[in-house]
Design a protein around this ligand. Sequence first.
Ligand code: SF4
Length: 319
Amino acid sequence: MTLLEVKNLNLGFEVEDNFYQALFDVSFSLDSGKMLALVGESGCGKTMSAMSILGLIPKTAKITSGEILFNNENLLNKNTKQMQSIRGRKIALIPQDPMTSLNPLYTVGDQLLEILKIHQGLQGEEAEKKAIEAFETVQIPAAKSRLKNYPHEFSGGMKQRAIISMALACNAEILIADEPTTALDVTIQAQIMNLLEEIKLNNHTSILLITHDLALVSQNADDIAVMYSGRIIEQAGKNEFFSNPSHPYSQALLKSLPSNRQNKLETINGQVPTLSQDISGCRFHPRCNYCMEICTQKIPPLENILPNHKSACFLHQRF
Ligand code: SF4
């Protein structure tokens, strides 16, 4: 069942008298109890897509069209108060850097209890019981005594577990995990990804994972959507995507993974375009080894090439 559906989302930034488009007709959906990985290089629009869902876009950003349907209600029509009751309670964010997400002046337990009070109205023993349960769910040992610790007494991995516990404490239906392992070392990364997988399976929580790291999602994600320069350029189930990547950009990303290394890693020529660069046709065409004349003139639509596999590339079209 589809829980969240982003449809034809267009967003840009107003800078002085100019308008720079950052998201172009972004569409993807997240099913109940599944993990969708939104993958792409820095600046491709994945975090802005996530912030649009949470209603947390910067003041200079403007959504010009599109819909964000959560349980069939358009979040773009909600007012500030309504969004405040959805954020945290129904859709929670696991931010990139656990080091800066916790207030160093309060114990981790106090911060968790505050969330339980605001979002669930829990206080006293009832709140403490729920806080201990939340810590146990994310496998923080000696949960009761750890609630009394300050953030500096937690390791990086433990801080991220505490942040995840806060997202879970309110029984959020969707977790948006924005590069949740970037600030952690490799072994802890794997633990956090396994924890998210367990939460997905045990709690039937849906997870939108934002990442630049295809290797990270190869184990845990159910579906993959690849973004390039503000557009979704390929979307497929994980197994289909990794066995049959279709878009030249996805193929190049996969060839640049260390696991595929033979003699040396392959690289993608050129740079990701900036927002102010006006590129006609396919925005990947200046970097694409298969570029054809039509690619410089027309925008390739995102179309089904198989029942559960979409790609935006003229190579797959007959014209
Ligand atoms: Fe390359 Fe053309 Fe496909 Fe764009 S549409 S990825 S330029 S072949």
